[in-house]
Design a protein around this ligand. Structure first.
Ligand SMILES: NC(=O)c1ccc[n+]([C@@H]2O[C@H](COP(=O)([O-])OP(=O)(O)OC[C@H]3O[C@@H](n4cnc5c(N)ncnc54)[C@H](O)[C@@H]3O)[C@@H](O)[C@H]2O)c1
Length: 266
């Protein structure tokens, strides 16, 4: 069967892909990252990992599943041809899926190839609840992201408050997920994951907070609807060897890969 061949490739070989590769290698699951697609100007040397610089060579290698751990641009350019060729893809750059035209072209490619695109949950959780609850109707979904002030340097927050002298937790953005993704693209993966699982980009409320007392990044989701009420709060630690990516996001990709190969999804 197709899934018995565990020929796993990753697009990109940055923090998340490398963490995924190392973690899988130590997992005893038999699932290994055996190939990677990276930009032409990137030199990658890793034991047992074939390196490709163009999609045609990766397709010729014949992956059974590909994990996108690269960029929004990679989702746009490399994922459609893979789906069209019948190869399942797990995507972690979820913010890219806020582009309705891209989403449509991915759907068209997957239909043509008889393949599937799966979204990893990334740095957020509770998406299963939102997906289930929306069937009966969700009234409200609110995402609140809190980070230390310095984490908002280089964002529009700098024009609103003096980040360096904040004494108390301060709201630096309030709006919907569509606007939040535009203004704060570094948060776009998490807001997109919540929006796509729940009530969409226009109707998902987003509050972003700079908190001088915050020890790390926290994500909260509050939702209510016919099902009842829901609240989740996550305080994520970064990858042990890369402070810019949350560990949970890398683990969510690994979990999605395990589920891809499982005969029984538990
Ligand atoms: N869903 C989430 O919650 C979540 C959390 C963290 C990161 N992410 C996303 O995951 C992706 C990877 O994160 P990371 O921390 O590993 O980033 P990284 O910058 O460490 O690594 C990304 C790698 O991808 C490569 N790359 C970029 N575009 C490419 C393309 N078109 N083809 C092939 N390779 C390409 C880059 O050269 C780089 O080596 C990013 O898009 C990031 O936004 C998502």
């Amino acid at each position: 069967m197709k899934n018995d061949a565990k020929r796993v490739a990753v697009i990109g070989f940055g923090a998340m892909a490398q963490s995924l590769k190392d973690s899988l290698r130590g997992s005893g699951s038999g699932i290994e990252i055996a190939a990677t697609l990276v930009p032409h100007d990137l030199t990658v040397t890793h034991d047992g990992v074939e390196v490709f610089h163009d999609i045609a060579s990766l397709l010729a290698w014949g992956p059974s599943v590909v994990v996108e751990c690269a960029s929004h641009e990679a989702v746009r350019n490399t994922v459609p041809p893979l789906l069209r060729a019948g190869i399942d893809v797990i995507v972690v750059s979820i913010g890219s899926l806020g582009d309705a035209d891209l989403l449509l072209s991915l759907e068209t490619a997957a239909s043509a190839g008889g393949s599937r695109l799966t979204v990893a949950s990334g740095a957020i959780g509770g998406l299963d609840v939102l997906r289930s609850a929306k069937i009966a109707g969700l009234e409200s979904v609110v995402y609140t992201g809190t980070k230390p002030p310095s984490a908002w340097n280089g964002t529009p927050a700098e024009q609103k408050v003096d980040l360096a002298s904040l004494q108390d937790a301060t709201v630096i953005f309030e709006g919907n997920a569509a606007e939040a993704s535009r203004q704060y693209p570094k948060n776009a993966n998490v807001t997109a994951a919540v929006a796509l699982a729940g009530v969409g980009f226009e109707n998902t409320k987003v509050t972003l907070v700079a908190d001088p007392h915050a020890r790390g990044n926290t994500h909260k989701v509050n939702a209510s609807g016919a099902f009842g009420k829901f609240e989740i709060s996550l305080e994520n630690k970064p990858l042990p060897d890369n402070p810019k990516t949350s560990w949970l996001a890398a683990l969510s990709v690994e979990q999605a890969l395990h589920r891809h190969f499982q005969r029984i999804e538990l």
